[in-house]
Design a protein around this ligand. Sequence first.
Ligand code: NDP
Length: 305
Amino acid sequence: MTQPDFDLVVIGSGITGLTAARLAGQRGLRTACIESVLFGGLVININELDVPHDNGPVSGISLATGLMGELVELGVTNLNETVTSIQYRNGGFSVVSDGGSHGTQAVIVASGARLRRLGVPGEAAFEHKGVSTCADCDGPMYRGKDVAVVGGGDSALQEALVLADYGRHIHLLVRGTAFRARGHLVAAVSRRDNIHVKWNTVVEEVLGAEYVEGVRARSTSGGETFEIPCSAVFPFIGLQPNVDFVPSDIRRDANDSLATDTALQTSRPGVFAAGAVRGGYGGLLADAVSDAGTAVASASAWLAR
Ligand code: NDP
């Protein structure tokens, strides 16, 4: 049997993938890290990460750039390609992309997740015209204006808090009667006078002419519809795992996330999953780093078997 190109291919270069590739490189594994879009993943949208650092706040971009530099020093192969499938070959794997086919003995899927869409009329049409998913990037454009944030999880509350520094009124539209977010975010939101929580509220349409001018919402308790005038809508209603290229015989959970055991192995031996692509992921930066460590340790054990 010919030697595969790599011991380990890491698919995805968010913080999970970059950390996994770094740890694999440090172990001396012949490693490739494949990314289709931007190295760094969703974290590069965050100006100030919630992590302690001696030299003050750390941005997502600086964290990702530092990791990328380490990969280069460790000799990890970074490929800017879109993975289309993982094929089973000769007891190992071929990771097939638009750039070719890469033979490997083990795979860590760290392809993360994308933000779920509301799927209502107007959402796609007003993308970049008031519909946004980055408060740090677009918040300054809405200084003194009214905006709506949709969702009741950590992301929605975190982004609402960023927007509260710029906007006049922040309408936080929650479809149920309780937040799903962590306590410290709920407490911080309750301290902001300009964040107004509207419970039992779902968005039915994003309204406007050239730019967003409001949303049509519906009460899930009474059923009545009403309009909320606003200049922007920020939907944060959860994550959709990026698993299109993962073979269908690898088990998923009800959310379409990859199912893993405690070693982060998927139902296919030799294929591991880490970070937001897997069910049960904790969601914090620390969880991404911890997942990367577990997956690399498990992949190493698999390679040494
Ligand atoms: P979550 O899945 O945690 O929350 C999604 C929210 O959107 C819920 O309130 C849900 O309501 C609501 N929702 C879902 N679908 C709809 C819909 N169609 N219309 C209206 N509302 C809807 O997603 P997040 O993106 O907030 O978080 C994802 C992960 O990332 C979590 O693990 C989180 O902990 C982590 N995270 C951590 C952060 C931090 O610690 N600083 C920051 C951001 C994210 P319902 O509750 O009724 O289902």
